[in-house]
Design a protein around this ligand. Structure first.
Ligand code: PEP
Length: 249
């Protein structure tokens, strides 16, 4: 049985005070969570939230890390910095990073290597744009994202990676993939991992769905065979919605 994960990506939202309040609200029901809950706040809030979440099983993730180890890269946060703060997870290749900051396959490959080198567990995001879905080229598109940034990893390293399938057309649009569309892509991704690393490893890899997950669609999306939980944006900013989504897994 693969572990189920629900991760909340808060993006560039909330003041420090609001972030602590939201974490406290999510924490208030932590003893009833049967799955791994991960919060992805902005970098400056990580330590305060670590303190707030002490004694619970809720974990933290950075929303990004640099593609360089250290040095004169003003404004960047390295994988080793996150590791030194005992932050266990990091998002890599979110579509907003790919689109607004032009992160290439090559840059993301570096980020994967660095995060693994420093003992972080990367959540690698992939997914096609609307045009690619309309042209029915989504499988080849996602396959290339996996091949270029992930499939150089050793067997040992790939088993530490969590994949988040996030169709770009579903992110923040209110338009989620149908449960069947999600299942088809997750199955495709698992098949590709199997072809590269073998079925034993493919069956172990956790694949999350992301894109307009809400309390009213979460149960059906998460009940698909190859969907191991979700990466949630907008709905993770509302404690009640996020808690309902956690309970839907
Ligand atoms: C995301 O940004 O990872 C995401 C899935 O956003 P939303 O849930 O708002 O679509």
């Amino acid at each position: 049985m693969r572990q189920k994960i629900i991760a909340g990506n808060w993006k560039m939202n909330l003041t420090l005070e609001e972030a602590i309040r939201l974490a406290a609200d999510i924490k208030s029901e932590a003893s009833s969570y049967r799955h791994q809950v991960i919060l992805c706040p902005a970098f400056p809030y990580l330590l305060a939230l670590q303190n707030e979440l002490k004694g619970t099983n809720i974990k933290l993730a950075g929303q990004n890390c640099a593609d360089r180890e250290n040095g004169a890269f003003t404004g960047e946060v390295s994988a080793s910095m996150l590791a030194s703060m005992s932050v266990p997870y990091v998002l890599i290749g979110h579509s907003e990073r790919r689109i607004y900051y032009h992160e290439s396959h090559e840059v993301l490959k570096e980020k994967m290597d660095l995060s693994l080198r420093y003992g972080l567990l990367p959540i690698f995001c992939c997914g096609e744009t609307k045009d690619i879905r309309i042209d029915e080229k989504q499988d080849a598109f996602v396959e290339k994202q996996l091949e270029e940034s992930l499939f150089h990893l050793s067997e040992d390293d790939i088993t530490k990676v969590i994949i988040a399938y996030e169709p770009v057309w579903a992110i923040g649009t209110g338009l989620n993939a149908s449960p069947q569309q999600a299942q088809d892509m997750h199955h495709f991704i698992r098949q590709k991992i199997s072809a590269r690393y073998g079925v034993g490893i493919a069956e172990k890899i956790i694949i999350l769905y992301g894109g307009s997950v809400k309390p009213d669609n979460a149960r059906e999306l998460f009940s698909q065979q190859d969907v191991d939980g979700g990466l949630v944006g907008g709905a993770s900013l509302k404690a009640d919605d996020f808690k309902k989504i956690i309970q839907a897994v």
